[in-house]
Design a protein around this ligand. Structure first.
Ligand SMILES: [Zn+2]
Length: 62
């Protein structure tokens, strides 16, 4: 009985560890995807702001 309980607890503990690892991996992937998305979203904005700054500074670029 005690051994079976220990085995069940061990399995639950192992499952929790694997779930946590999977959640961490998913979280990291989500953060990486979010970072890439923000990079792609902000890049034109950054380019436009630099573009406007260049025109405001009197530098013609086109
Ligand atoms: Zn321009």
């Amino acid at each position: 009985m005690v051994t079976a309980n220990d085995t069940v607890h061990g399995r639950i503990g192992r499952a929790r560890t694997e779930l946590t690892t999977a959640q961490v991996a998913v979280g990291l992937a989500f953060v990486a995807a979010l970072g890439f998305a923000l990079l792609f979203v902000q890049e034109p904005t950054l380019h436009d702001s630099m573009h406007n700054f260049r025109h405001a500074a009197g530098i013609t670029c086109h």
